[in-house]
Design a protein around this ligand. Structure first.
Ligand code: NZQ
Ligand code: ZN
Length: 388
């Protein structure tokens, strides 16, 4: 059964090899002043920067650049970005990059006309988005977060070792996102794989919760199978357009709120992973990969029916003659094998975590309800010890 829900997604998507040209359709809808938001320079190496600048010029836009958005964007950078957008009287924030640029743009969007500090207001006090925002558009260069079609943004405070997410109002969701799978092909393999695991994990976070038979979980299983199948092709041949395009589209649907409709969700793997990033600045998807299995082993007995269903429906485990626990564990074993095949980090030590950080990591972990079991502090410590 599905619970009651509402569903709206306001982002217009343009998908495919020719999708950048649709920027010409979107730009005239906004005023003259555009802030072009991008990261550490990959878009200058792969030609996306020139292509976007050319279209902005053709459309008569006055462009200010806000470059250097880092992976795991920091609140200090956000505060600088707010100043740039204010000084330029921004009519549109155009994020060109991965989830970090897109998340960052949403926070700027909701902070330009706000007198309060965004960290305090949105991330610590979790308050509603102010009414007057600056619209966001996105040209996505990395598949993973789903930020291109959702309201979420995750920001790091390096001083306090906190990495926190906030769901902004629907106004701050990108008005449009351009998804060209070819743009993702210049990603280093490590980043591609981190993105792939992030997608898989988003689906798991929404799947491993609740008891009921529902279409959201059926969709989740189909998406998981697609991600696994296409990931194996992409790892073998990163230039495979079919695989890269399927991965990019699956990423969007994995986290645009569709598969969480009418059901409970977990998100504890993300909370554990964010603690790792807050300490080490490690790549998001890899932090999730390193903590997932120790976490799932703890909650498996409490969500046995779902782990059994996962093993059979997603991993093709043959249930004949096996106990439910054996079936469920075999599913996790197959998942681990796949993780090794694609080459994700299975240990936080690969990401810079050391034993002396474990208590601090537990302190930085925001424990939430929603999954099959609320973790105790000892269990959080166990996940971090076992993932080391
Ligand atoms: O900075 P540049 O030079 O662009 O390089 C980036 C960065 O180093 C590079 N890259 C991106 N596209 C590329 C490319 N390099 C070559 N060719 C390309 N086409 O990849 C690196 C990682 O980019 P980033 O944007 O940080 O990655 P991702 O998309 O994984 O975003 C991660 C951020 O999103 C948050 C994460 O916590 C993290 O801060 N998340 C946002 C979510 C959301 N909005 O719903 C949910 C997620 O769970 C996640 O928490
Ligand atoms: Zn994620």
């Amino acid at each position: 059964m599905l619970g009651n829900f509402s569903y709206k997604n306001a982002t217009k998507l343009y998908f495919g090899e020719d999708s950048l040209k649709f920027l010409n359709e979107e730009l005239p809808k906004y005023g003259k002043n555009v802030v072009l938001i991008y990261g550490g320079g990959s878009i200058k190496k792969n030609g996306i920067y020139e292509a976007v600048i050319e279209i902005l010029k053709q459309n008569g836009k006055k462009v200010a650049e806000d470059a250097g958005v880092m992976p795991n964007p920091t609140i200090e950078k956000v505060r600088e970005g707010v100043k740039i957008a204010k000084a330029h009287k921004a009519d549109l924030l155009l994020a060109v990059g991965g989830g970090s640029c897109c998340d960052y743009a949403k926070v700027i969007s909701a902070s330009v006309h706000c007198d309060e500090d965004p960290w305090e207001k949105y991330f610590l006090r979790n308050e509603k988005t102010i009414e007057k925002i600056v619209p966001v558009g996105c040209v996505l260069t990395m598949a993973g977060t789903g930020s291109e079609m959702n309201a979420g943004a995750v920001i790091t405070n390096r001083e306090t070792h906190q990495k926190l997410g906030h769901g902004f109002g629907e106004e701050a969701v990108p008005r449009f996102s351009i998804l060209n799978p070819r743009f993702t092909m210049s990603l280093p393999k490590w980043q591609m794989v981190a993105g792939i695991y992030d997608i898989f994990c988003h689906i798991c976070e929404q799947y491993f919760s609740g008891e009921d038979d529902n279409v959201s979980d059926d969709l989740a299983e189909a998406l998981m199978k697609s991600v696994v199948r296409n990931s194996l092709v992409a790892v073998e041949n990163p230039e495979d357009y079919v695989a890269r395009s399927n991965i990019m589209w699956a990423a969007t649907w994995a986290l645009n709120t569709l598969i969480s409709r009418g059901k409970k969700t977990d998100w504890m793997v993300h909370k554990l992973g964010h603690a790792v990033s807050a300490y080490t600045d490690a790549t998001h998807g890899m932090t999730l990969a390193a903590v997932s299995l120790p976490y799932y082993k703890i909650i498996l007995p409490y969500g046995l029916h779902k782990f059994k269903q996962f093993a059979i429906n997603v991993w093709g485990v043959n249930p004949a003659g096996k106990s439910d626990t054996e079936i469920a564990n075999e599913g996790l074993t197959k998942m681990e094998k796949w993780m090794k095949q694609i080459g994700v980090a299975l240990h936080t030590s690969e990401l810079g975590v050391t034993e002396d950080m474990i208590e601090g990591l537990a302190d930085a972990t925001f424990v939430i309800d929603g999954g099959y079991k609320r973790l105790t502090r000892d269990e959080v410590l166990k996940v971090f010890r076992e993932s080391l």
